[in-house]
Design a protein around this ligand. Structure first.
Ligand code: GLN
Length: 218
């Protein structure tokens, strides 16, 4: 069943026919990402099997539980196809998805290893230590040049991005300098959950990386 359009559409020109983005739908908050993407007028496909990746411009790996997502990706034969997809296409991992994109999470679990970042899982404590923070993300100027607002970042049992090594770059930090978002070319990792806000800037930034130029319209 497709996610409903719960939110009003944004005034962004729709992407051209054939532009579709996938959301890895093995476990976690894939539904919420779908709602955001549909709100922007983007065709969305849930990805569960390697063939589902065919023809997609990019892929979002949602938050959830990274060990579970990793184990299911192994069971569905997705690990190598996802690595191959990520060498050519945009991938954005939120929270557990960011962990899955990393090359080291300090414990033994299946990782894509596509991004030159290392993470510490559950770095902020237990579920009850979840929090929200307004953080500056200068890169979002690409899609919203006139928008001065910080980004409301929702952290749910979030990881910390411990190290970011070139070609990966730091995209955002907390006030104390701890890294919570990184980018490596067309690959994006956020420790927080933009799909749980009503701010579409991060989704538009990702869509821009996926090749939808109009996503950058203010
Ligand atoms: N704690 C989860 C993990 O380590 C991530 C939490 C989330 O995605 N919100 O996989």
């Amino acid at each position: 069943m497709p996610a409903p359009n719960l939110l009003p559409p944004e005034k962004v020109p729709p992407p051209k026919d054939g532009f579709a983005v996938g959301v890895l739908a093995l476990q976690g908050s894939f539904w919420e990402h779908e709602v955001m993407l549909r709100r922007l007028g983007v065709a969305v496909r849930e990805v569960r099997l390697p063939a589902d990746l065919n023809g997609l411009a990019g892929l979002i790996i949602p938050g959830g539980e990274s060990t579970t997502i990793g184990k299911l990706a192994v069971a569905f034969g997705l690990l190598e196809p996802l690595r191959a997809f990520g060498r050519e296409h945009a991938i954005w991992g939120t929270c557990a998805g960011a962990i899955f994109l990393s090359r080291d999470a300090r414990r033994s679990q299946p990782l894509l290893g596509l991004m030159n970042i290392t993470v510490e899982r559950n770095a902020f404590g237990r579920q009850i230590a979840s929090f929200e923070a307004d953080i500056p993300v200068p890169a979002l100027k690409t899609v919203a040049p006139a928008d001065e607002r910080p980004f409301r970042a929702v952290f749910i049992r979030a990881p910390l991005i411990e190290t970011v090594t070139p070609p990966a770059e730091v995209l955002a930090t907390l006030d104390d300098g701890r890294i919570v978002a990184a980018q490596q070319g067309h690959l994006l990792a956020t420790a927080f959950h933009p799909e749980l806000t009503d701010d579409t800037r991060f989704h538009r930034y990702f869509l821009h990386l996926a090749g939808w130029a109009a996503a950058a319209s203010p």
